[in-house]
Design a protein around this ligand. Structure first.
Ligand code: ZN
Length: 346
């Protein structure tokens, strides 16, 4: 992009209360059948407008047509039985009842491609679409078939590559893979996680991103963060290999986190989506807060490679708070844009 500091959201945005219960993850739909299908597209229209009104540069779908960033994708696959459930520990952090992989996994038909095509029709701005990453998908299931996290991740990577190629053909400019699991299973990330990610982006000409974060502002994540000490150095384990990978963009958490900002230097040469909006608090950042985080990150990212973003998805927040945060994101990026153009002498 020619404009400096193009802004975007990481993924989810709050849904309108007429389609799903607000301020909740996995919120059940309030509509059914055809009404639900139309309702999802209407919610998507509203979400696009909210982003545009705030002056966001790269438009996302706000995950308005899906219930959850991992589960909804997996629901469309063969080989996974949602009725057969087992209790597993997700992200080595909290126990959950999850579906079971009972046979070879495959994608009988496109999953988000129609929705992406709809988003493409609504705007001429660049658009971004998020998919779950292979390792995070594996970490959300009980595997009674492959009995190997690596093998299952590889199969998911092949499926994600099919979907990604169709999203690219539908006009998506940036395809992002959400890999919160990269912040937990460092050995696996370096042994096979990044290789699976590269399989998922194989042959793509559009830009590709990986999002690695400390999660939504829910209790299990907040408790986990309290246990991580005064400095969160998790990124240090995976950034060196990601810097060497074919992924174009790395999306990370920064604002209000205890991530030492200098760890971004490990990615030098990559584009970086820097989280300048905290999604774990209702406090709305001021534009100056956002500008300060961008200035700090600029020490470690070249200006033309810095994409200000949110730390993570905003689904659990109220629409008012999310709107305020989008406005701050946009206004903060503009402050630093103006500063740089004022100091530019050519
Ligand atoms: Zn996230």
């Amino acid at each position: 992009m020619k404009k400096l500091f193009p802004t975007s959201t990481t993924g989810s945005l709050p849904k309108p209360s007429w389609i799903a219960e607000p301020e909740k993850l996995w919120s059940p739909w309030k509509l059914q059948g055809t009404e639900l299908n139309y309702g999802k597209l209407d919610a998507l229209r509203v979400s696009i407008q909210e982003q545009q009104n705030a002056g966001i540069d790269i438009i996302g779908d706000g995950e308005q047509t899906r219930q959850h960033f991992v589960t909804t994708f997996i629901e469309h696959l063969d080989g996974v039985d949602f009725k057969k459930r087992e209790i597993v520990k997700i992200r080595d952090r909290y126990e959950a009842s999850v579906p079971t992989v009972v046979g070879p996994v495959s994608r009988p038909s496109s999953i988000f491609v129609e929705d992406a095509r709809f988003l493409r029709q609504q705007t001429d701005q660049p658009i971004k679409w998020a998919l779950p990453g292979p390792m995070t998908m594996v970490d959300t299931l009980y595997d009674a078939h492959y009995k190997s996290r690596e093998k299952l991740a590889w199969e998911f990577a092949k499926i994600l590559n099919q979907e990604a190629k169709e999203l690219e053909a539908a006009g998506v400019d940036i395809i992002q893979f959400d890999e919160p699991a990269f912040n937990v299973f460092f050995d696996e990330v370096n042994e096979w996680g990044i290789a699976c990610l590269e399989k998922a982006i194989e042959g793509l000409k559009c830009e590709t991103a990986v999002h690695i974060c400390y999660g939504y502002g829910i209790k299990a994540n907040n408790d986990w963060k309290k246990s991580l000490g005064s400095e969160w150095r998790q990124y240090e384990e995976v950034f060196p290999k990601l810097q060497q990978s074919n992924i174009d963009i790395v999306s990370l958490e920064c604002q209000n986190s205890r991530v030492p900002v200098e760890l971004i230097e490990l990615l030098r040469g990559k584009k970086v989506m820097v989280g300048v909006i905290d999604v774990a608090t209702d406090t709305i950042e001021t534009p100056e807060d956002v500008a300060a985080t961008i200035r700090e990150a600029l020490k470690y990212v070249d200006a033309d490679k810095l994409y200000p973003c949110t730390n993570c998805g905003m689904a659990p927040l109220s629409r008012e708070v999310a709107r305020g945060k989008l406005n701050a994101l946009s206004a903060g990026a503009e402050i630093v844009r103006q500063e740089l153009s004022a100091t530019c002498t050519f």
